[in-house]
Ligand binder design. Structure first.
Ligand SMILES: Cc1cc2nc3c(=O)[nH]c(=O)nc-3n(C[C@H](O)[C@H](O)[C@H](O)COP(=O)(O)OP(=O)(O)OC[C@H]3O[C@@H](n4cnc5c(N)ncnc54)[C@H](O)[C@@H]3O)c2cc1C
Length: 410
């Protein structure tokens, strides 16, 4: 076990400059301009299972860390469609970085919607300036990934909130400037009375445990930690015990959309590399583009990508429409689609990554260090079903579907 009281400093890497600066008009173009930084650092960060410091620095400088911060606080006021589009672009360069960014945005969207006015005005401008990367603390020993329950109880003393939380897996935990943490509302409260609390790193004593050495998503550097500290009462986010509502309305939709878009972008990036290689004169020596087997493989990968893209775009449209009209995102048909998107994207894109490896073969697809990162994609996407277990979502959706025997679509 090693103490990590302060954020690890940014270390110099081969790519240190980011010229891209996000504008509200075109965050997607900004993300596209970051492709080189993300791509150049992705292999080494994967190899070392280290946090993508240079890529996050570029994101901080670009303004994209403030995508989900409302314009009045200096952010880009981005929509869910912007979140999906930017995550896809980032995913083309580095899936770990895209996921880190998407999870940050899911936290920020929740803060923007549910934090009180004092916390909003203290914190959101700092996030917009790229000063605060917000990590997520929801998983816990015993309850695993279950989002709307918590074991560790929030304490209260002289009006302050006391945090003492074991966190088995925190993406970017060693680097984060702030943490959004789920806690049981009090020692007397039920496990489902979950309260969300924000804490700056400086307000916490953090202990980080070593041992992050996973199969994929290695550059997320998702470490085990304990977090202890005292924060003012106005750092409670949303109602006491009311996280389930915030989760259904903002946190989970942003998560499922941001993750699915990141995975989709990563597959698109490798497919683009594969098609480029196949079309090059040297590629034509290795691949027979008139082979029906090769064409069938390409077609099926493309179908997987198009199907996820269509489902993602439809869910984004539906959620934005419900928000615009003041509808209920927690309603069963909406939750069915949101859960379904995460399950469908994780399974379909894993299948696409598998097909990509068949298409590219041993030299271009299976080898570590190949110019096309198909092998890394395969390892990374294996986590997609587990990162909030698909089994939890299909169990919930099975029940929701039973209550809709008419099968009312759309
Ligand atoms: C790359 C990556 C980054 C992550 N980053 C973070 C982070 O920053 N912060 C954070 O808090 N967490 C993070 N997590 C953890 C994640 O959110 C989940 O908690 C974790 O992946 C689930 O772990 P689990 O499968 O052990 O637990 P569980 O989800 O508890 O599942 C354990 C097993 O039990 C089954 N199961 C459990 N309950 C049910 C049920 N009700 N119905 C059906 N089956 C069930 C599951 O299918 C699974 O096989 C991350 C995970 C990954 C892979």
């Amino acid at each position: 076990m090693s103490a990590a009281p302060t954020r690890e400093p940014s270390t110099a890497t081969s790519v240190t400059t980011a010229t891209a600066t996000a504008t509200a008009a075109d965050p997607v173009l900004t993300a596209r301009q970051l492709f080189g930084v993300l791509r150049e650092n992705a292999a080494a960060d994967d190899e070392n299972a280290s946090f993508p410091v240079a890529s996050l620095d570029a994101l901080r400088a670009s303004g994209l860390m403030g995508l989900s911060v409302p314009v009045e606080y200096g952010g880009l006021g981005g929509s869910l469609a912007d979140l999906a589009a930017v995550a896809q672009e980032l995913g083309r360069g580095s899936l770990s970085t895209a996921l880190i960014w998407a999870m940050h945005c899911q936290q920020v969207a929740t803060l923007a919607e549910y934090a009180g006015p004092a916390l909003r005005s203290r914190l959101l401008p700092r996030i917009a300036r790229g000063e605060v990367y917000v990590a997520s603390v929801t998983s816990e020993k015993g309850k695993g990934g279950h989002l709307t329950s918590a074991a560790a109880a929030l304490g209260r003393e002289d009006g302050d909130l006391l945090i003492d939380r074991d966190a088995p897996i925190v993406t970017g935990g060693a680097q984060a400037d702030g943490f959004l943490i789920t806690m049981r509302d009090s020692a007397d409260a039920s496990a489902n009375a979950v309260t969300l609390v924000y804490a700056d790193r400086e307000q916490l004593e953090t202990t980080q445990r070593d041992g992050w050495n996973p199969m994929g998503m290695r550059a997320t550097h998702s470490v085990a930690m304990t977090l202890r500290g005292t924060v003012p009462a106005d750092q409670r986010v949303g109602a006491a015990g009311g996280f389930a509502e915030a989760s259904a309305a903002v946190f989970a939709p942003a998560a499922h959309i941001g993750w699915s878009a990141s995975w989709l972008g990563a597959v698109c990036g490798v497919l683009r590399d594969a098609l480029t290689t196949l079309r090059e004169p040297s590629g034509r020596r290795d691949f027979d583009l008139r082979s029906e087997l090769v064409l069938d493989r390409i077609a099926r990968i493309r179908l997987d990508v198009d199907a996820v893209d269509a489902f993602l775009a439809q869910v984004v449209r539906e959620i934005e429409e419900i928000r615009r009209t003041g509808g209920d995102i927690g309603a069963a048909p909406v939750q069915l689609r949101l859960n379904g998107l995460k399950v469908f994207a994780s399974e379909t894109l894993m299948s696409a990554a598998d097909r990509l490896m068949d298409l590219l073969g041993l030299r271009h697809g299976y080898m570590r260090g190949s110019a096309i990162p198909a092998e890394r994609l395969f390892r990374d996407l294996k986590s997609a079903r587990l990162n909030y277990s698909n089994d939890r979502l299909t169990t919930a959706n099975g029940t929701l579907a039973l209550f809709d025997p008419e099968v009312s679509l759309g």
